[in-house]
Design a protein around this ligand. Structure first.
Ligand SMILES: [Zn+2]
Length: 341
């Protein structure tokens, strides 16, 4: 966690009772922003302990965000913001766009009904080749395996499960006798530090040591669900075909990934994707130009920033929203005030 986010958390916690966040927001006004969400977890369906803290908000937190946004901000579709940026129209303070990355099933199951009830629009960015499959991102597999390892170790009378040498880091964390969420969090951090080429192998070893679920549940939406979202409050944009990191592959493959995802969305939903979200937020000048030449009207990054013009439409900044910074609506209000950025 950075100093700024620590300060933000401390401030959000300290001032929420005093409604100071509302005063700050009134004094400074909410700035225009594109909010980046990943998962919205209903604790009745998911165990938040298994998910990286920076990757989710709970259903209750999200409901509180929507109540605040509907009451005090102007939530517009991404297309509306892009049109205003293109035409030089004023982007009013308090303009907010909601986005969801990756096509998680919980975007459909948990976030969508709340958005529909609030009548607020949003965009979802999907890796088209993974939609409707049982694909699981490495951090989902590692989080679940970590929780099982922790349980095995804590139930054991002896030293717990024997781990192979390549999982020495996990053994050291088990010996530290951390709480279950702290262990899973530290384990995910350690896996992040493993080189991407070796990471899948390490996660395979974790699953072998912990016992992988026989039939893991589906984590991503399917096309029928996306059609239902697209017929309602959601715009469906591209997150490439296979969630490839565009800066790590050659230009030819990057082009195939972008074109294929655009074509698949048009075939499946009857209209082409107008927007792209770079996986991991990673882009460079070549990737940016490619996004433009493939016909995307805009492309979103994970670079933190507000949507104040002038902006490069193919490198739009966003504000990441997760439980660590916005468990309460006051946290989101502080984030949008721009006071800590
Ligand atoms: Zn992603």
């Amino acid at each position: 966690m950075g100093v700024k986010s620590a300060a933000r958390r401390a401030a959000a916690g300290a001032v929420s009772g005093l409604r100071l966040s509302s005063l700050i927001s009134r004094a400074f006004g909410g700035r225009a922003a594109i909010l980046a969400y990943h998962r919205v977890l209903d604790p009745a369906l998911h165990d938040p302990d298994l998910v990286e803290p920076g990757l989710f908000v709970t259903r209750d937190s999200f409901a509180a965000h929507l109540e605040l946004l509907a009451r005090k901000y102007h939530v517009v579709p991404l297309e509306t913001l892009v049109r205003r940026l293109l035409t030089g129209e004023e982007v009013a303070r308090g303009t907010v766009v909601l986005t969801f990355d990756d096509g998680w099933l919980d975007t459909c199951q948990t976030a969508f009904p709340l958005l529909q009830r609030a009548g607020l629009p949003a965009s979802i960015f999907v890796p088209t080749a993974l939609i409707g499959t049982r694909h699981r991102f490495w951090f989902s597999r590692a989080g679940e395996a970590g929780a099982r390892l922790w349980t095995l170790a804590n139930q054991a009378r002896d030293n717990g499960p024997a781990l192979p040498p390549e999982l020495a880091f996990a053994a050291a964390l088990l010996r530290a006798r951390l709480s279950r969420p702290a262990f899973v969090h530290r384990l995910l951090q350690a896996c992040k530090d493993v080189s991407p080429t070796q990471r899948d192998g390490v996660v395979d070893r974790l699953e072998e040591a912990a016992g992988a679920p026989a039939r893991p549940s589906r984590e991503l939406v399917d096309w029928d669900e996306l059609r239902r979202l697209a017929a309602n409050v959601f715009e469906v944009g591209s997150h490439t075909a296979s969630h490839v990191i565009l800066t790590e592959v050659d230009a030819a493959l990057a082009k195939v990934e972008l074109e294929e995802s655009r074509r698949t969305i048009a075939e499946q939903l009857g209209r082409p994707a107008v927007s792209l979200c770079y996986p991991n937020g990673d882009y460079n000048e070549g990737v940016r130009r490619l996004a433009k030449s493939c016909g995307f009207a805009c492309a979103l990054t994970t670079r933190a920033g507000f949507a104040d013009p002038p902006l490069d439409l193919h490198a739009l900044p966003r504000l990441g929203v997760h439980q660590g910074v916005a468990a309460k609506a006051s946290g989101l209000e502080l984030l949008l005030s721009g006071l800590f950025s």
